[in-house]
Write a protein that binds this ligand. Sequence first.
Ligand SMILES: Cc1cc2nc3c(=O)[nH]c(=O)nc-3n(C[C@H](O)[C@H](O)[C@H](O)COP(=O)(O)O)c2cc1C
Length: 393
Amino acid sequence: MVKFFTAGESHGQGLQIIMEGVPAGLPISEDYIGVHLARRQKGYGRGGRMLIEQDRAKIMSGVRHGHTLGSPIGMTLENKDWANWEEAMAVDPLEGPPQSPRTQRITRLRPGHADLPGAMKYGFEDVRNVLERASARETAARVAAGAIAIRLLEEFGIQIHSHVLSIGTVHAEPPETIDWAAVEDSPVRCADPDAAQMMVAEIDATKEAGDTIGGVCEIIAENVPIGLGSHVSWDKKIDGLLSYALMSINAVKAVAIGPGWEIAEMRGSEVQDVILPVSDPDHPWQRNTNNLGGTEGGMTNGMPLVARFAIKPIATMVKPLPSVDLDTGEAVLAHFERSDVCQAPPACVVGEAMVALVLANAFMEKFGGDSIPETKRNFDGYMKTVGPRKVYQ
Ligand SMILES: Cc1cc2nc3c(=O)[nH]c(=O)nc-3n(C[C@H](O)[C@H](O)[C@H](O)COP(=O)(O)O)c2cc1C
């Protein structure tokens, strides 16, 4: 199984990642992981922290001379701003009165954040004890693990991309064939340059109003082999696993495989992706449409895997919302802890990581192997069986 754990608070010394189940012999480097971390840090409408973060994952274990060893991979992502948080986030008890204003208790609850339920659940008197871990800073750790999963999938020809479909009420009309290099250059990760301009204007107007804005992201995985996931048990279904993984991203409020809600308005005859007669035995099981987003019965069906998710407008606002104080229950303005205006572009990159991690796990479950050559033998052997039975028996 490809598994990963993350640890670390937003303003602690750093984030830690342990990833298990990656076969031996996969080429990987800090530079490669750094490319994905940098992609998460881009995006129009992001706030000040991105300027100080410059994330770099330090590989501590599981890799030797540029290749994985098959052992757990350990990484750390240092907090470049730690010097300013040493007292507020110290591991040891404080000796004497606090010197830094950052050490002061936070009691002004922020609606839309983990503050209130977290403080009640864990019995905390300082909301910082919740917000530090609940912060989307943790998604940087997911992107580091996801980069290794992406690298693993690349080895088998699987490519993962993402783009923004909408920000607020501005909707993109992406071309049928997306120029992914152009998406990487777009300030809002949008495949429709006209819509991208309007999205930037929308973000500016939202910022001007002291508000925040949400959006919809789409993740596409190409060349995914048929048969990842399974119909046999509810917890093996790939669409369910993808939905859980994407819904777990901070601020995600809806997930869809394929177009999602829209298909409820279509007729059955329009929705199903008709299977075409096999004309090329090397590329069997083609379809003209992909309305079901590449899954049927909880398994990938060989079509591109398409998942969408909606991100809520982020909760921390320059113009704080009315709220209450944790101590007194009386009306106050919510605490302001740095904030971005729109997080849809970076959330796409986090979405890619989560999709890659789910697919990498399903891939290794199906093909197994302790080393890349062994996994490749298993993969190649299976792919030879994928076709009309009378041709391949
Ligand atoms: C990449 C990314 C960046 C985020 N940045 C912020 C932010 O700057 N300010 C904020 O209030 N929420 C931000 N969020 C969302 C919060 O982390 C999230 O809304 C909060 O933890 C509560 O979780 P929930 O919305 O899933 O219930 C961000 C989310 C993502 C995916």
